[in-house]
Design a protein around this ligand. Structure first.
Ligand code: FAD
Length: 415
């Protein structure tokens, strides 16, 4: 290790593992990843990566689309279509061409883990406390072990311990809170989905999204197109409920009133959701504000820094952008003393970008559930409003973003 900058990544989800894959390419950096769970694994169903997320990923893992198709069963997602609830089946947006890749989360993480040497991956290591000394960061784990690193990158998700450390000097509570909706997901074999939802909305590989009063439905292919992920989301009226709670027929019947049931897909979706062993509603939470992504030798990335709602399917994409930008900065750092400045430069360029995506995610939820008062359930207005909400997600110039980060670092170092 002598002479190398020794970094700890806390959290072995998509953000931490992507970060590790990129950082281990730089010979002057050494990386260890600490995961609290007994093994590195992902829960949940499908995940979609946008065109921009894939371009960022390609700089980290060359030919990443081919890699994900062959190793994680990723499928190209075609145009997505949104039918409005009041004008059932009305197409409000029909995007041309491929919009990204969709795959199973666990398959994606498993494929990524194969790119890392096992000796840097430490499962069953829950971080309990961090302490900054003059020249290092001490990490104390639940198993009683304390280790010292030049810096820590917190990729420990929505309830991040590293986030708490970074933000403890700021007044107020900056942890994630309910965003206003819940969702429920279930993946079924494609033949079953066709039988329950109808052949016509599953004729080609594409996301179908149905927007309507106080609720939203979507189905999309995963696992090489052999499975269909079905999603129901709805407005959450009471934020004081548990984050995870049982989903019942009564709730679904109340949400999908007469207007929704005229939609041929609705009944099938309701039945598919209820056939699960333990149907659940999951409250959507996000970060409303974050005063800093860095403090001294600690920095946060992924959901630890910017948890967003799933409305734009952008959270993992942001984590990949984080890895690209922070990796670019750290590749330009030659001593541990420069790490604090690199983290500050990362914070300056990434925070506005990520908060804008979190905010547009919430606005997209309001639009899709008919809660935008200027749009309501008008198919035409919804179609027009969608473009601006999604445009900023994919138009970011990765080269300019990286350059801005490096210029920030140079300016901080010169000041
Ligand atoms: C329903 C849903 C659908 C989504 N769909 C999409 C999509 O289609 N496209 C997209 O881009 N994004 C999507 N997202 C967002 C995306 O899933 C997340 O942004 C991404 O998975 C976050 O990864 P992460 O590694 O930052 O966090 P996590 O996946 O939460 O990983 C954090 C890791 O840190 C570990 N950890 C926590 N505390 C500690 C500790 N103290 N010590 C050590 N380890 C610790 C945890 O065990 C976990 O493994 C969706 C999110 C949701 C909720």
């Amino acid at each position: 290790m002598t002479g190398r900058i020794h970094l700890a990544i806390v959290g072995g989800g998509l953000a931490g593992i992507t970060m590790a894959i990129y950082l281990q390419k730089f010979p002057h950096l050494s990386v260890d990843v600490f995961e609290s769970a007994p093994e590195f694994s992902e829960q949940g169903l499908g995940i979609g990566l946008s065109d921009l997320a894939l371009r960022a990923f390609d700089e980290i893992i060359p030919s990443v689309a081919e890699f994900l198709k062959s190793k994680a069963g990723a499928v190209a997602i075609g145009a997505s279509r949104v039918g409005s609830g009041s004008g059932v089946g009305t197409v409000v947006a029909d995007l041309e061409g491929d919009t990204g890749l969709a795959m199973n989360r666990a398959s994606m993480l498993k494929a990524l883990l194969e790119l890392l040497p096992s000796e840097i991956l430490h499962a069953g290591k829950k971080l309990l406390a961090l302490e900054q000394t003059d020249s290092a960061l001490q990490l104390s784990f639940q198993d009683g072990v304390t280790l010292s690193f030049d810096a820590v990158i917190g990729a420990d998700g929505i309830f991040s311990s590293v986030r708490k450390h970074v933000l403890e000097c700021y007044p107020g509570d900056h942890m994630a809170s309910p965003a206003g909706w819940w969702d429920s997901r279930h993946a079924v074999p494609v033949e079953k989905a066709k039988a329950m939802l109808g052949e016509e909305s599953l004729d080609i590989d594409r996301e179908y999204a149905w927007a309507g009063e106080d609720a939203f439905m979507m189905h999309a292919p995963v696992e090489n197109g052999t499975m269909i992920q079905c999603i129901i989301s709805a407005v959450e009226r009471d934020h004081n409920l548990a984050r995870k709670r049982p989903l019942t027929r009564e709730v679904l019947e109340e949400i999908f009133g007469a207007g929704w049931l005229a939609n041929p897909v609705t009944n099938g979706m309701v039945e598919l959701m209820l056939e699960q062993e333990n149907p659940r509603e999951y409250s959507m939470w996000d970060h409303k504000s974050t005063p800093a992504y860095a403090r001294g030798r600690a920095c946060i990335v992924g959901d630890a820094a910017h948890t967003t709602t799933p409305w734009q399917g952008a959270g993992a994409g942001l984590a990949i952008e984080d890895a690209l930008v922070l990796g670019h900065l750290l590749s330009n750092v030659s001593s541990p003393q420069e790490l604090e400045d690199a983290f500050k430069a990362f914070d300056k360029v990434r925070r506005p970008r990520c908060q804008a995506v979190i905010d547009s995610g919430r606005a997209t939820g309001r639009l899709f559930c008919g809660q935008n008062p200027d749009v309501g359930l008008s198919a035409e207005k919804m179609g027009n409003a969608l473009g601006p909400l999604f445009a900023h997600l994919d138009t970011l110039s990765l080269d300019s973003h990286k350059e801005a980060a490096l210029n920030n670092l140079k300016a901080i170092q010169a000041s």
